[in-house]
Design a protein around this ligand. Structure first.
Ligand code: ZN
Length: 423
């Protein structure tokens, strides 16, 4: 069985080992994926919430050339064996020189030690216990059992965490028996124990926290390098807090700053003035919207009074039929209702070709002996379309190439219905 070198030295990034087993995992599109087992390894396999390490294996080929084989994934089996995923096989017995992708491992250790510290601070400061956590590629989260965390509390927790980071408290690893661990649990020094029997590994943050964990950790809280708490989200069992540590925290703050500067620059203000500026813009947008609606209504009123003069009453009916390419559907609807309010015995048949499909509005002034909804619905149905509305206002949509014939059909239907009622 593999000797896990990271248990005793989480800062070991290079090691020598021998291949003990090899198996082909899959073959797709001429590309094979292999799994190699080693007699000793510092590669961390995905487990306990911490993602796997990447890196390379160097081996001497039969030709004498050096093979450099990337390690793409590392997973452990229930049996305890650790498998290193590669695109090339190496025979059992081959000597290798391995190196871990160090920036990636250090980043994982910063997030993982950071998670222990954050969970401990939440427990001590507000009694919020961590039920689960996730260490992600971009950011990480802890799920807390608590009703709510206010923004002020979050800020206080973040400050406390960063104070403990600045203090550079020692982080150490010990192995205890199950009985010793249970005694620590009974004494309240440990919050929970894994179900596993046998000895277990404990990670201690000097005079602050003790936690059963198989992950890789830093030597000091100082190496976490700083922590930034970000989003708060309500989840089923409580509250989820997003956090980033080390370079991730710096990168997140840098991204935020760049975004704020980009937003503030065209306004010739500083990023700190953005909230006030946004409030002002929202208020201005709201009042502009109100003003615009008022002007549209006034325009529709004038427009309607002109249209009813242009079309005269013929056989007891004034039919105002128009198509507008530069007016939207809402304006056409407004205009149709104003036309019908402006004069009696009037029907407005107005279309907007502002966007395709066109919108057709049919409206009538009070007391007309037919229903606009019925007439428009029937005309649309003839070409397989749907639409309709009330007796004095109806609406439908039609493709532009069918618009002219639909308008003609509706106009005829309106005349026929009016004549039939009069006869
Ligand atoms: Zn842990």
């Amino acid at each position: 069985m593999v000797e896990r070198l990271y248990y005793n030295d989480s800062f070991l990034s290079k090691f020598r080992a021998h291949v003990t087993d090899v198996r082909e995992l899959s073959r797709t599109a001429g590309q094979s994926l292999w799994q190699l087992a080693l007699d000793r390894s510092a590669f961390y396999p995905t487990s306990g919430g911490q993602p796997f390490d990447r890196g390379t294996l160097l081996a001497e080929a039969r030709s004498g050339a050096t093979l450099e084989i990337p390690v793409l994934d590392v997973q452990e089996e229930e049996s305890g064996e650790v498998w290193h995923f590669t695109e090339k096989p190496l025979a059992a017995g081959t000597a290798i020189e391995a190196s871990i992708d160090w920036p990636r491992r250090l980043d994982h250790m910063q997030q993982h030690s950071g998670q222990h510290l954050l969970s401990a601070v939440f427990a001590k400061e507000i009694g919020a216990m961590t039920v689960s956590f996730h260490l992600g590629e971009e950011s990480s989260t802890v799920d807390l059992v608590t009703d709510a965390v206010t923004a002020a509390t979050l800020e206080r927790i973040e400050k406390k965490v960063n104070e403990l980071i600045a203090e550079g408290r020692r982080i150490s690893t010990t192995t205890v028996t199950r009985e010793e661990a249970e005694a620590l649990l009974a004494a309240g020094r440990l919050h929970k124990l894994p179900e596993r029997i046998g000895s277990m590994r404990l990670i201690a943050i000097e005079n602050y926290d003790l936690n059963a964990c198989g992950g890789t950790h830093l030597h000091s809280t100082g190496q976490i390098g700083g922590m930034l708490l970000r989003s708060l989200e309500k989840v089923r069992q409580g509250v989820r807090v997003e956090f980033v540590c080390g370079q991730r925290a710096v990168a997140a703050a840098r991204r935020d700053w760049t975004t704020l500067v980009k937003m503030a620059a065209p306004l010739s203000i500083g990023p700190a003035e953005l909230p006030q500026a946004m409030e002002r813009f929202q208020a201005e947008a709201k009042s502009s919207q109100k003003e615009r609606q008022k002007l549209r209504e006034e325009l529709a009123e004038y427009h309607a009074s002109r249209l009813v003069v242009e079309d005269t009453i013929r056989e007891g009916l004034r039919l105002v039929k128009r198509v507008f390419a530069d007016r939207d559907a809402a304006y056409c609807k407004l205009l149709a209702s104003r036309v019908c309010a402006a004069a009696p015995q009037t029907v407005a048949l107005i279309a907007s070709t502002h966007i395709d499909p066109a919108t057709v509005v049919l409206a009538s002034s009070q007391g007309m002996p037919f229903s606009c909804g019925d007439l428009l619905r029937q005309s649309l149905a003839k070409i397989g379309l749907r639409g309709g509305g009330s007796a004095d206002m109806a609406q439908g949509q039609v493709a532009r190439e069918q618009l002219d014939s639909l308008l003609d059909d509706v106009a005829v239907a309106v005349r026929v219905a009016k004549t039939a009622a009069t006869a």
